[in-house]
Design a protein around this ligand. Sequence first.
Ligand SMILES: Nc1ncnc2c1ncn2[C@@H]1O[C@H](COP(=O)(O)OP(=O)(O)OP(=O)(O)O)[C@@H](O)[C@H]1O
Length: 632
Amino acid sequence: MMDIFDRIVVAIRKRPLSQKEIIKKEEDIIIVQNDNSVIVKEIKQKVDLTKYIEEHQFNFDLAFNQNHSNEQVYINAVRPIIRAAFQRAKVTCFAYGQTGSGKTYTMIGDMERQVPGMYLLAGQDIFQIIEMEEYAHLQVYVSFFEIYCGKLFDLLSQRNQIQIREDAKGNVNMINLMEKKINSVQQLMNCIQLGQNVRITASNSSNSESSRSHAILQVILKSGKQIHGKMSFIDLAGSERGADVQDQNKQTRIDGAEINKSLLALKECIRALDLNKNHTPFRGSKLTLVLKDSLTGNCKTVMIGNISPSSQSSEHTLNTLRYADRVKELKKPENRLFQGDLMQRELMLARQTKNITRKQFNEEDDQENIRNFSPISNIKRQSLQPLHQSTQMFNNQQFNQQKEIRKSDISSAINKFNLSSIPSINVNFNKTQQINSNNYFPTHQRINSESTYQNDYDHFNNNQNNQFLKTQNSFQQQNQLFQQHQFNHTASYSELFSESPYQSQQEQGFRQLNQQAIQQNQELEEEFEYQNPQKSYRQGHNNYSSIVQDHKNLIDKIIEISKLEMKEITMYENQNDMQSYLQTISQQLQQKVELIQEFQQKVCELQQQSQHWTFQPNDSQNRDDLFQYTNY
Ligand SMILES: Nc1ncnc2c1ncn2[C@@H]1O[C@H](COP(=O)(O)OP(=O)(O)OP(=O)(O)O)[C@@H](O)[C@H]1O
């Protein structure tokens, strides 16, 4: 269940294996646990070609498995922000993931199989809520556009290009964007269908793919000319498209860099929002500029990270989970981060120590040693037991809390909207059936939901409040427990080392382990930095600046030498000493050649390195220039 106190909620959704993947006997390597945890069992190969599995675990606000339906995703992750839009918030829901991971299925649904997606499920709620007396003054407007290659195209008016300008007050205006007034879910559906058709036709005719563009549906609640609330639903371009920067085709490379830039900027803006930073880099891309008003002030964002279960997609899946984790990471309550991570690290370290000492004894094959060692390992086991129990207890509590919260939300949702009995789930996508919104929700149901809505909502709020306090309380208790265990644990360790006859050997092993852990950490960090396009770009930019500086120096030096040459010429003209003139000239030329060769060597090295940079810097641009707002 989404926490209504959160401005940013990160959910992960795993899709089922497709028929093709089943036929190809691809393995499902994703496990969704406890509604908020995702485990990836990455299949790896050692140098001797034997296979082994590396497990990666991630925690999010919500995690949906292959059996969860669009309705379940909607109720748990998206419905709360739709309600918030009626409370004057500007809300955003976006689907992130590689091509084919289920973004469109989540956002738009499956037209052929008549499965509604977030757009439509939200539409049903919007038109039900708007019938309530307190919202009777609101009108609903819709716009639908796509961002392709840094340009905006209106999907509701034959893909006309939209201009975007920021006025003196910092408001972003979209010029020529069609905003259609709609009065029913059917009209919303027509708009979505029209936009999707335009999108597909455009991508076919230009031989591009729709997965290279971001599609944005905005539903705006207006009171007269005033905006009351705004909802943006975004089906993002395939995240792997950002890696096309190395492609042979120039256009594909430019598209890739543009997608990369926008996904990076989106992440940075959400993180800035989460950290309440003064400066948010909206100008980093058209996508974030368009969303400026929805990522500031009274706003809420839900990110749905879509992942494929197939072993063939493990790399992209891990990238999606890491992206989502970066968005989510900074908003974890501090206690939880500290406690969970430390516990895990402690347990892992202890396990590694055991393995190393075991290995040492095997090598020495010394029975005496083993006998002496056994009581010590017992102490170690004992000292770890409370830590282990505490971790289990913590996990169980978390699980039960999640279950409780989810149960209460679902029952309150069912009470409120009686969604299970709404016939509109079977909406006909073929437009043939004229749907009257009065048929959707029979009158007695509407009256019932109107009168109970406020009560239910208050109850829901109180319930959430209580749950929140309970969770906070439990974090505090857990923290105290953990500190106590950590203390015991440290005490047992010092006991262990002072009693052991192999003290120095073990200490050495322990130190080695620490060293290894630090090194591994560094490697991981380096790998992350390498994968981080912003960092990579900055590196590229630094190298680029330094080579420009070197080049300037070289030219200065050559000018210096040339000045000397000029002097020589004058001297020769005066003295007519051919021998010494030629000797000096030859030395000066040699100097120039050496300087140029040295510089050439440097340029070659940089050229090779630059193949690995994610961004190729242009002319005199630095990063700020690149992100600078210019007249679009
Ligand atoms: N949760 C799901 N349940 C059943 N089928 C799904 C689910 N998610 C995705 N699919 C199916 O998987 C296929 C790929 O999904 P989809 O087209 O939504 O991917 P995508 O991420 O939008 O790709 P693209 O970026 O190319 O648009 C589709 O056939 C879709 O019907």
